[in-house]
Design a protein around this ligand. Structure first.
Ligand code: AR6
Length: 164
């Protein structure tokens, strides 16, 4: 099942939440900053041990002080106008994160809008990609949660789910 909610993803108690990280995996602003603050310093240690993650791929750590058990870190593409492989890389983020979730027996997982904040990916186009990948995987999970940070994003995802 796919579900759209409006929430701070760090407050969710699920098997896993997905973090919109950068290639260093060493933290940053946006949802990444919030995840590191809420998970505590052990998350940074775990991320340092991984040693980075290429754009379009995903890595998993413990959730430490978060209510969720796991954090799946994925690195979205920076938006450069759309002709630099951004759609394929964004699709690969959702794909890789969901494959890693399956490998770790995750049944409930929440995603933020990867790349749609600091990395500038247009929200509607990103939502179409996110929903199309999630639909391919939805029956392998109890629940895939689309966690929107603000009403505007929630409306975009609800419309995408209705029309696509
Ligand atoms: N819960 C849910 N969604 C959130 C939260 C939250 N607590 N905070 C922000 N969002 P962004 P990106 C939404 O900028 O575009 C970092 O510095 C936000 O409204 O967090 O992939 C990393 O280290 C937006 O819809 O990630 C990278 O350097 C979405 O999460 C870079 O930003 C993603 O916004 C990654 O940029």
């Amino acid at each position: 099942m796919l579900r759209v909610i409006e929430a701070d993803i760090t407050t969710l108690a699920l098997d896993a939440i997905v973090n919109a990280a950068n290639e260093t995996l060493l933290g940053g602003g946006g949802v990444d900053g919030a995840v590191h603050r809420a998970a505590g310093p052990k998350l940074l240690e775990a991320c340092k041990a991984i040693g980075g993650c290429p754009t379009g791929q995903a890595r998993i750590t413990n959730g430490f002080d978060l209510p969720s058990k796991w954090v799946i870190h994925t690195v979205g593409p920076r938006w450069h106008g759309g002709d630099s492989g951004e759609p394929e890389l964004l699709e690969s983020c959702y794909d890789s994160a969901l494959e890693l979730a399956i490998d770790n027996r995750v049944r409930t997982v929440a995603f933020p809008g990867i790349s749609t904040g600091i990395y500038g990916y247009p929200k509607q186009a990103a939502a179409k990609i996110a929903v199309s990948v999630m639909r391919r995987y939805e029956n392998k999970f109890e629940e895939i949660v689309i966690c929107c940070f603000g009403t505007e994003d929630k409306v975009i995802y609800e419309k995408t789910l209705e029309t696509d």
